[in-house]
Design a protein around this ligand. Structure first.
Ligand code: 5GP
Length: 125
């Protein structure tokens, strides 16, 4: 079910549990600011999720409340993950679903990295 991006942070969401190592994930990167892991239900040959370590519901929440250091660290982590996976030359797509119309399912900010094939149009028409 899609989440309301204006709701308060719920520390029982699945990505909070992954951050606390309460449930497993196929991790590809971790630093002080971010954790990256493979999506459990990949929509492309490469489908990685990058999440901030801090408790932020959505892009809206993060961009409004995160510190400059958290924002810089997270943005750099997304780039580092894509670069380390060899995705710069072939190309990749970033997506951050925010709220109901975007069908955000997990109420902890995550950026999807899609790659590994021509990804087609930006949105289903
Ligand atoms: P959203 O629709 O919120 O942008 O995307 C949520 C993503 O999280 C989906 O692509 C879904 O497959 C992924 N996901 C949901 N639960 C888990 C989980 O427990 N582990 C991992 N690795 N991915 C998950």
């Amino acid at each position: 079910m899609a989440v309301d991006a204006t709701q308060p942070y719920d520390d029982q969401n699945v990505f909070a549990k992954i951050l606390r190592s309460e449930i497993p994930a196929r991790k590809v990167f971790e630093d002080d600011w971010a954790l990256a892991f493979h999506d459990i239900n990949p929509q492309a040959p490469t489908h990685i999720l990058v999440i901030p370590k801090g408790a932020y519901v959505s892009w809206d929440d993060f961009s409004a409340r995160a510190s400059e250091a958290e924002i810089a660290g997270f943005v750099r982590a997304v780039g580092t993950v894509a670069r380390a996976a060899g995705l710069v030359a072939p190309g990749y797509r970033l997506l951050a679903n925010t709220g109901t119309d975007a069908h955000q399912e997990v109420p902890h900010l995550h950026v999807h990295i899609f790659a590994g094939r021509p990804l087609g149009p930006m949105l289903v028409r």
